[in-house]
Design a protein around this ligand. Structure first.
Ligand code: KIV
Ligand code: ZN
Length: 509
């Protein structure tokens, strides 16, 4: 009774987010990952809305094993038939049918009376039962509906065969106490409620989706509709990863479990973000870049003494690597000293003091001081020269009838190097030309490019991860030209390799 079913609607409500459209293959890849993650239900799409939606639901229903495969349908016969047909091949299938029940939706959108809405809801559920015994009903705009009317319609659809009743806060208007009381009102006001599972589906327009979902659960809901990374209509839906970890970390006050394998959370989040090219914000709970990073001196000091001073869960518990101590202008001497020691650089008290002074100057100019910056600072204090590469010039010949060719010139303080190479595309040609200059054997593990400002002169950010001699080196570059940003990111990763590997050698000597 205390297991909460996770109904994932990333492929349906999530895909309705502007810019989140996916191809059939991409949806299939996500659905497989959701199965690995352990969701109970995958809402694969809204089949009547387009042939692509129909085909994608069918494709997933044919191939993805484990979770129940659901398809959405309005309380309209053609919708329900399309939903039923599309998920026919699934081992376990659900039709999710909905109709709006709030006065504003019934009057302006449906132009129907409450009695007509009840009739359509009953007919929709009965028709859906011809395709499957697993039928979910949602009163759209549920939280702005009148509770007595809502209870009437819910009672009627249970009698008609609905097995799950989903209460959507469609426009994200509810406040947590109110939503909890609303769910309680339904639990107490629908006489045959014990024949169905109550579900909640909360939108995040006021940033309350997770809080509302939790209140719904506390008041009797046993299914939660969520999306990976919280994507969805407008401000999105409650985020799967946040709900699962809230129930896990605060199990003392929220005694509920899910069937989710939390170690799959980070992979799932990254897969989705990459596929839809929608990176999560750095401070996004659980999956954001900063979620397990610590910059301030006080926090770093606490973390170094006992991780639990500033972390309520481990990054490993959600499938991430270890926590990060990020060095920046808020970092203290303790954090800097600790990182230098980890890098194999032991400085005397006076050298450390000078290194820290330089560190603070660098940190004032740069947002983050990376390991290679720290090594350069330490080398400066110790009087050891560090030669790094700078991109001086590049030229590309590319077109739909020619082999992409790049000429790249790179300089150090003392020397200039130039090489040319062909590649599968202009970026590949640039990377190959740089490899010729450095003579290194590299494996490109990740390459991302994204616009960070808008308009024709948009700044592009590129990031690369290179495997060199078995280790991963990351690099970043920015420019209004994405090829230049990519070249800079690649050179930045090579510089990191040069500095870090040289430091490793000296450390091992
Ligand atoms: O937000 C909503 O009301 C919906 C329904 C279709 C459940 O997405
Ligand atoms: Zn929704």
């Amino acid at each position: 009774m205390n297991t909460i079913k996770i109904f994932d609607t990333t492929l349906r409500d999530g895909e309705q987010s502007p810019g989140a459209s996916m191809t059939m293959e991409q949806k299939y890849e996500i659905a497989n990952q959701l199965a690995r993650l352990g969701v109970d239900v995958i809402e694969a799409g809204f089949p009547i809305s387009s042939p692509h939606q129909f085909d994608a639901c069918k494709y997933i229903a044919e191939r993805v094993k484990g979770p129940v495969i659901a398809a959405l349908a309005r309380s309209v016969p053609a919708d329900i038939q399309a939903a039923g047909e599309s998920i026919k091949p699934a081992e376990r299938k659900r039709i999710h049918t909905f109709i709006a029940t709030s006065p504003i939706h019934m009057e302006y959108k449906l132009k129907s009376t409450p009695e007509q809405v009840i009739e359509r809801a009953i007919a929709g559920v009965k028709l859906a039962r011809n395709y499957t015994d697993d039928v979910e009903f949602s009163p759209e705009d549920g939280t702005r509906s009148e509770l007595p009317f809502l209870c009437r319609i819910l009672e009627a659809v249970i009698d008609a065969g609905a097995t799950t009743l989903n209460i959507p806060d469609t426009v994200g208007y509810s406040e947590p106490h109110e939503f909890g009381a609303f769910i309680k009102g339904i639990m107490n006001g629908v006489p045959n409620i014990d024949k169905a599972i109550v579900s909640v589906h909360c939108h995040n327009d006021l940033g309350l989706a997770l809080a509302n979902t939790i209140e719904g659960i506390k008041n009797g809901a046993r299914q939660a509709e969520v999306t990976v990374n919280g994507i969805g209509e407008r401000a999105g839906n409650a985020a799967l990863e946040e709900l699962v970890m809230a129930l896990s970390v605060r199990n003392d006050v929220l005694p509920f479990t899910t069937n989710i394998d939390a170690k799959q959370i980070y992979n799932t989040s990254r897969l989705l973000a990459n596929i839809i090219s929608m990176p999560v914000s750095r401070n996004k709970p659980i999956v954001g870049e900063n979620a397990f990073s610590h910059e301030s001196g006080i926090h770093q000091d606490g973390m170094l003494k006992n991780r639990e001073t500033y972390e309520i869960m481990t990054p490993q518990s959600v499938g991430r690597e270890m926590s990060q101590i990020v060095l920046g202008r808020h970092s203290g001497l303790h954090g800097v000293k600790n990182r230098l020691t980890e890098l194999g650089l032991s400085l005397g008290d006076d050298e450390l003091k000078r290194a820290y002074e330089t560190f603070l100057k660098v940190a004032d100019k740069k947002k983050e001081v990376f390991d290679e910056d720290l090594i350069t600072i330490a080398n400066g204090v110790l009087g050891i020269p560090t030669a790094s590469f700078t991109l001086d010039y590049f030229n590309i010949i590319s077109g739909n009838m020619s082999v992409p060719t790049a000429t790249v010139r790179i300089k150090t303080d003392e020397e200039m190097f130039e090489e040319a190479a062909t590649g599968d595309g202009p970026v590949d040609a640039i990377f190959k030309a740089i490899d010729r200059i450095t003579g290194l054997t590299t494996i490109l593990k990740r390459y991302d490019v994204r616009a960070v400002t808008s308009g024709k002169q948009a700044m592009g950010d590129s990031s690369v991860s290179l495997e060199i001699n078995g280790d991963i080196y990351k690099g970043k570059g920015s420019s209004t030209d994405i090829l230049e940003a990519s070249a800079k990111a690649y050179v930045n990763a090579i510089n990191r390799y040069k500095i870090l590997s040289r430091n490793k050698e000296t450390k091992n000597e």
